[in-house]
Design a protein around this ligand. Structure first.
Ligand SMILES: Cc1cc2nc3c(=O)[nH]c(=O)nc-3n(C[C@H](O)[C@H](O)[C@H](O)COP(=O)(O)OP(=O)(O)OC[C@H]3O[C@@H](n4cnc5c(N)ncnc54)[C@H](O)[C@@H]3O)c2cc1C
Length: 488
């Protein structure tokens, strides 16, 4: 049976996306770190990020104040100004650090970084690796993690639950489906988003809200979980599989068209196609209601084919596989769930309300995004605040705080198989109740249905598998979201 190398670690990092890996790399060599990846290390939201990382890397035509202002406008001024300030001022150094690690961002013909623009940004400040920025970051960060002797990365290993024990936690894991537990003095949850609670999402299978459920079970405060971002332009394929058509396609000039092939954004916002994504998503749904059709398109075919294929190779290939040539055809799109602004409440040091428990990346709520994330601010947030978590933990370690010790325990994961349809039931509830707009009566019904599902999941003796833990996480996250929507 596969197992971890040790039984006790200084730090457990749950997640091997950008937040998890960068957080782990921010510890010095004398701190032992275990990093978990629920599936293979390349399955994460980070790995799918296309557009890039927003940061003010030069002051020729940009400033920190402008980036702060854009972030606050997109977030409807519900952002936490202190964390926004840290994000914008500190982020550029973190971007430079990952470049030192080996991340390659595209350069222009003069050898300077090629900066693009996305919705809500008043300047071109987004650095990118073609349209596969996240995969490039994950490739480099996981390679650096693999070189570090103090860091162990375990793939196909899921955290099912955390129990508080003396000076730390016992982490109950499934490694390739087998039960195993480890002890850690500190834990950073970096488990990513909740997209899979929806049927239509850009998120991969990892995004079931596990970290949020586990923190909630430990009594941590969860804040603004209903601040869910719906991306306006996911490829609308007949087979139901969604993939993102990055905002930078609109940033580079694509038009948004309705079923009559007319531009329509001027009906809803003067910023047209470059309005923030929540505004564009809502505009599409309102236009859908106005025209009675859910056919919408992006058109960038008027740009030179060479340029498009070089600038958007991943998107061009994804569309080609569905019979769409972006150099000639309209790209069929529709909104879908994309990102979570709310999450596990953390302070400036990424501390949750539970001692020794930290959260970073998409599962955390630092307040930087307010009600709506500005495009390309989330990779930056994952970098800045996972480093904050590591720095704070290191201060505690250096101050000589007590370390965890192992204790005997037994764990029974046997039981009946969970019924197949529970996850899809949760997805149907969420699609009906809260997709771009909330539907009051579906929210009320959804809450009751989710209470029932949670009762079934907790009351029946189902075998503890990754599938079961994910269903529990999805139902918990969906329930918290709908309760919040109802209260609001
Ligand atoms: C299609 C797409 C495009 C995007 N484009 C951009 C962009 O251009 N710019 C930008 O800034 N942001 C973008 N985002 C958002 C951004 O990618 C994410 O917010 C960010 O990468 C989140 O990083 P993370 O490390 O917090 O989570 P993730 O990268 O999702 O990593 C989560 C990790 O947690 C692990 N995990 C989860 N549950 C468990 C468990 N129970 N046990 C063990 N491990 C677990 C997973 O295996 C995974 O390794 C995009 C997102 C998507 C989906």
């Amino acid at each position: 049976m596969k197992t971890t190398k040790k039984e006790i670690y200084d730090v457990l990092v749950v997640g091997a996306g950008v937040a998890g890996c960068y957080g782990a790399l921010s510890f010095p060599d004398d701190v032992s770190v275990l990093v978990l990846s629920k599936y293979e290390r390349t399955v994460s939201n980070s790995n799918l990020a296309q557009g890039g990382v927003a940061a003010v890397l030069s002051f020729e035509n940009d400033s920190y104040d402008l980036h702060i202002n854009d972030t606050m406008i997109a977030g409807h001024h519900a952002n936490n100004i202190e964390t926004v300030d840290a994000l914008v001022h500190e982020g550029p150094d973190d971007v430079r650090r990952i470049m030192e690690y080996g991340v390659e961002f595209d350069k222009n013909e003069n050898g300077a970084l090629d900066k693009t623009r996305e919705g809500g940004h008043c300047r071109r400040r987004i650095v990118h690796h073609r349209d596969t920025t996240g995969a490039e970051m994950v490739r480099v960060l996981t390679a650096r993690v693999a070189e570090r002797e103090n860091i162990e990365l375990c793939e196909n290993t899921s955290l099912c639950a955390l129990a508080r024990v003396n000076s730390g936690f016992r982490a109950d894991l499934l490694i390739d489906g087998e039960a195993h537990s480890v002890f850690c003095s500190y834990c950073i949850l970096a488990t990513g988003g909740i997209g899979r609670i929806y049927r239509y999402t850009t998120n991969p299978k990892t995004a079931t809200g596990d970290g949020i459920r586990i923190a909630y079970e430990l009594g941590a405060s969860i804040k603004d979980l209903s601040y869910v971002q719906f991306h306006p332009t996911a490829f609308n394929s007949d087979d139901g599989e969604q993939f993102l058509i990055s905002e930078s396609v609109r940033g580079e000039g694509a038009y948004l068209l309705n079923t009559n092939k007319e531009r329509f954004m001027d009906r809803y916002d003067e910023r047209l196609e470059l309005a923030p994504r929540d505004v564009v998503s809502k505009s599409i749904i309102l236009e859908n209601r106005r025209t009675g059709s859910n056919h919408f398109y992006l058109d960038i075919s008027y740009k030179p084919a060479d340029y498009l294929l070089n600038r958007f190779p991943g998107i061009a290939e994804g569309c080609r596989q569905h019979g769409v040539d972006i150099t000639k055809d309209l790209i069929p799109i529709f909104p879908c769930q994309h990102y979570l602004m709310g999450g596990i409440e953390v302070d400036m040091d990424s501390r949750t309300t539970v001692p020794r428990l930290y959260a970073a990346g998409e599962c955390a709520n630092t307040g930087v995004h307010g009600k709506n994330r500005l495009a390309s601010n989330s990779l930056l947030e994952a970098l800045v605040f996972s480093r904050h978590a590591a720095e704070d933990i290191l201060r505690c370690i250096r101050a000589g705080y007590a370390k965890v010790s192992a204790h005997p325990y037994t764990r029974d994961i046997s039981g009946a198989p969970m019924p197949d349809n529970i996850k899809s039931e949760i997805q149907s509830i969420m699609q009906r109740a809260y997709f771009v707009f909330a539907d009051e009566s579906a929210v009320r019904t959804g809450i009751k249905q989710l209470e029932n599902i949670l009762k079934r999941l907790k009351g029946s003796k189902y075998a503890v598998t990754t599938e079961y833990c994910e269903a529990l996480s999805m139902a918990s996250a969906a329930y918290i979201i709908l309760k919040e929507v109802e209260e609001r």
